[in-house]
Design a protein around this ligand. Structure first.
Ligand code: FAD
Length: 392
């Protein structure tokens, strides 16, 4: 039997998250959308409510829920306060998942515990100026020095990088993919500096991170050489988070647009009576239903380890992010000038939605991933990769 409904337990969880979001997040949602910094007070409230570390086991300080529970929480929060969805995603996926999975007990106590309490902020330092989609070309080095390592390199584009307390930095211990692992770099370490913060289209800031001979002890190494493949598996989870937020942005934009179409009058009639807008709303609802079905299916594909099927996760991210871009833009269009104005949240939502076909793996790179899995072939993108492949 196919079941497209949430279970009773899931509905109860959704209702409790909705109650929390309506009580604590709804009133400040528009103001928060235009604030620059990471809303740390929201992180603390979410921690108290048990909304951080949902998929992390209780032994690691998490809640022990499923990936679908995290999706329900993100979708519900994002539908009420899109900015707070940043907090709930960062508090459940990305670096937090990597630490829960691979950090030892002492590292969890030092890094994960304050993150799950909403007291600290972490960024993932993967992308570099010359290594974006080709992330395995990263050149930040970890050179042995006594028991620890000296880190040299530059990271770019990190979410919350302008104010992060910790950086989960992907570094190169040796050549090729097998030489990549990760270390935690802490704010204030000697040789670690920030560039001038730069603003993204969505309004958030990021900063270039410079590591100039930063010393990290062995206690800050999360994964040594060979760690890259393990860490990248966590990205399938991150993609579910991105897909869910795209979906929620689209749904909220649709809801606002539908209400507006019923209320706003032009030519003496509510604008919902014009067929051009009726079809626009119908198309938006079709796109959202399709995206929701795929996002939920991808989330439900996660086994006990909490990792979803990589093909479904990539397909869901492509569909949900591309849908969110046109749905938020159509919702803005349906409002005319009011939609373009900053006293409604729609313009910010349209700007936010734009990011999801880029961050977390671009829509192009993910299509290649999907194609490779469908064809049952590796599809190396480098020129020497193709040469190696031909030689077998
Ligand atoms: C809002 C935001 C938050 C981010 N957060 C983080 C973070 O927290 N940590 C972090 O490390 N990084 C982060 N990133 C960076 C993100 O991971 C990269 O932007 C992404 O991997 C693409 O790299 P790039 O921007 O250098 O683009 P490039 O790799 O230079 O790509 C440029 C264009 O070429 C296309 N392209 C590249 N290679 C191929 C190919 N083989 N086939 C087809 N098309 C291709 C891309 O799809 C893109 O359209 C973030 C980015 C954004 C926008």
């Amino acid at each position: 039997m196919m079941n497209f409904e949430l279970s009773e337990e899931q509905k109860m969880f959704r209702d409790s998250v909705r109650g929390f979001a309506e009580r604590h997040l709804a009133a400040g949602a528009l103001a928060r959308a235009h604030e620059d910094g990471f809303p740390r007070e929201v992180a603390k409230m979410m921690a108290e409510q048990g909304l951080l570390g949902i998929t992390i086991g209780e032994e690691a300080g998490g809640i022990g829920g499923t990936l679908m529970d995290a999706v329900i929480a993100i979708e519900t929060v994002a539908g009420i306060c899109p900015r707070s969805a940043d907090v709930i995603q960062a508090g459940n996926f990305g670096a937090i998942r990597t630490l829960a999975e691979y950090a030892d007990e002492e590292q969890r106590r030092r890094f994960l515990t304050p993150l799950l309490a909403g007291e600290k902020v972490i960024t993932v330092g993967m992308s570099e100026p010359e290594a974006g989609s080709a992330v395995t070309d990263l050149i930040t080095t970890a050179t042995p020095d006594g028991d620890g390592y000296r880190i040299n390199g530059t990271k770019v584009f990190g979410t919350h990088s302008a104010e992060a307390d910790y950086i989960l930095a992907y570094v190169r211990f040796g050549p090729s993919v097998g030489g990549i692992g990760s270390v935690v770099i802490e704010k204030g370490m000697d040789g670690f500096t920030h560039g001038q913060p730069v603003r993204y289209l969505g309004g958030e800031e990021w900063a270039q991170l410079y590591f100039d001979n930063v010393y990290v002890g062995p206690e800050n190494v999360i994964l040594g050489p060979g760690g890259f493949k393990k860490q990248i598996a966590g990205f399938n989870v991150e993609r579910i988070g991105n897909s869910t937020r795209s979906l929620a942005l689209g749904q909220l934009a649709f809801d606002i647009a539908r209400d507006h179409a019923l209320e706003r009058k032009q030519f003496g009639r509510p604008i919902c009576e014009f067929q051009g807008l009726q079809w626009m709303l119908a198309d938006m609802s079709i796109g959202l239903e399709a995206a929701r079905a795929l996002v939920h299916r991808a989330a439900a594909s996660a086994g006990k380890d909490g990792f979803p099927d990589p093909t479904l996760a990539a397909q869901a991210k492509i569909l949900a992010s591309e849908t969110a871009i046109w749905v938020t833009n159509d919702a803005l269009q349906l409002h005319g000038a009011a939609g373009y104005s900053r006293d409604l949240p729609l313009e910010r939502m349209a700007r936010d939605a734009r990011m999801f076909t880029i961050g977390g793996g671009t829509a192009q790179v993910l299509r290649t991933l999907v194609a490779g899995r469908l064809l049952g072939r590796k599809l190396p993108q480098t020129r020497d990769g193709y040469v190696r492949d031909k030689r077998g």
